[in-house]
Design a protein around this ligand. Structure first.
Ligand SMILES: *Cc1c(COP(=O)(O)O)cnc(C)c1O
Length: 384
């Protein structure tokens, strides 16, 4: 019993559906063990079918997809790019790959994502300084869609392209429209901890077929069409492997179940923890649908009798349960301390109060019970 109760509970671990191994074996049997092959095309088609809008190119990571999007947005050294501050560092890093400069914009309270009002302020300010931003990157953090209607309206007003970081939000939607289809270009991630995985991988998305073709071209060393190897542009080795795409093909078949399960985890925590003093949850605004990639609780130590998110994290860790603070905002990172930012305190506050609880689609009810039990015990509440 003791052994059982100390089994590691991960924050978000890979969850195979069963068919992945067949597709991987097929890759071996047909010897398509290369960044070319039929699984890649099939994975792209299934992503396009799922999103019901736009085109997809399978690439080696979500970071690579964002890098390609910035290149295709025409970002050059010295340019400024507006980036959501409240995110994982991979959103901002590709900006610096290009010698461009991130300008960080804080979040609003409802979704935790880019604040449209602050975005407008930032654009006006940078335009006045003669540095009109070359692109805007909102993020759908933890699966919760950003306020895309407002963000796109403002971006359109200034004719600045939007690059959606949908790395965490595959399956999330706003009024039925999938995230990853709002921006001129978008990025998905299939890293090991995401809602579905190819072990490592991602997808470049766009509503414009020519941009997706161009992304594929750049991702395969920008080879001109000639029998000899001829190149007129700098290219990248960013294509996904056919072996990884086989995993992705299997994962796409179970994606709807994965979304359902992650949302169920959230509902479980919401039910079990809402009544604890100082614990709150971020609700979906009307018409918003989150894949609930990670379930987030907000902990207010002023209301919880001094229990803060770090106390909870350490208590869970004692029981071999992994949890994680929310992403530390980019404008607070040593790496970006020299960068301009437009802040309101919202993301800093979310960072201080937020904790991601175990959220994998492969968690069992007994795992969720263990998390809730440990957390409740910390609050002096005994569960059975
Ligand atoms: C995971 C992630 C990425 C990067 O994806 P990789 O496939 O790991 O390169 C980018 N942005 C966000 C918000 C992410 O969570």
């Amino acid at each position: 019993m003791e052994e059982e109760s100390k089994r590691k509970i991960w924050l978000s671990s890979p969850h195979m559906g069963g068919q992945e191994i067949e597709f991987v074996m097929e890759a071996f049997e047909t010897n398509w063990i290369a960044p070319i092959g039929p699984h890649i095309q099939d994975l792209e088609s299934s992503i396009e079918e799922f999103l019901q809008s736009g085109y997809a190119a399978a690439v080696s990571s979500g970071t690579a997809a964002l890098h390609l999007a910035l290149i295709l947005a025409g970002v050059k050294p010295g340019d400024e790019v507006i980036c959501q501050s409240f995110t994982f560092v991979a959103t901002a890093n590709p900006i610096t790959y290009l010698g461009a400069i991130p300008v960080f914009v804080d979040s609003e309270r409802d979704t935790g994502n880019m604040d449209p009002a602050l975005l407008q302020t930032a654009i006006l300010d940078r335009v006045k300084a003669g540095k009109k931003p070359k692109a805007i990157i909102p993020v759908h953090l933890y699966g919760m869609p950003a306020q895309m209607d407002e963000i796109i309206r403002i971006a359109d007003q200034y004719e600045i392209p939007v690059i959606e970081d949908a790395a965490e939000s595959l399956g999330s939607s706003i009024h039925g429209r999938q995230t990853g289809t709002f921006g001129l270009m978008s990025a998905l991630s299939f890293n090991g901890n995401k809602i579905i995985t190819t072990s490592g991988g991602g997808a470049f998305l766009s509503q414009r077929e020519d941009l997706v073709e161009k992304a594929r071209f750049l991702a395969t060393q920008a080879r001109d069409s000639a029998p000899h190897y001829q190149h007129s542009e700098t290219g990248y080795n960013y294509r996904m492997s056919n072996v990884s795409a086989g995993i992705g093909k299997g994962q796409m078949r179970v994606l709807p179940q994965r979304i359902k399960q992650r949302r169920k985890n959230f509902e479980f925590y919401l039910d079990a923890l809402s009544s604890l003093p100082g614990i709150s949850f971020m609700k979906e605004p009307r018409g918003y649908y989150s894949n609930r990639w990670l379930s987030v609780i907000l902990v207010d130590p002023l209301l919880s009798g001094g229990i803060d998110r770090e106390k909870i994290r350490l208590a869970l860790l004692e029981d071999n349960i992994e949890s994680r603070p929310l992403w530390k905002p980019m404008h607070l990172q040593p790496l970006f301390q020299h960068c301009r930012s437009y802040t309101s305190g919202v993301s800093e506050n979310l960072f201080e109060m937020g904790l991601c609880l175990p959220s994998g689609s492969n968690l069992e009810v007994s795992d969720l019970d263990r998390v809730v039990g440990k957390l409740s015990a910390l609050f002096g509440i005994v569960t059975v």
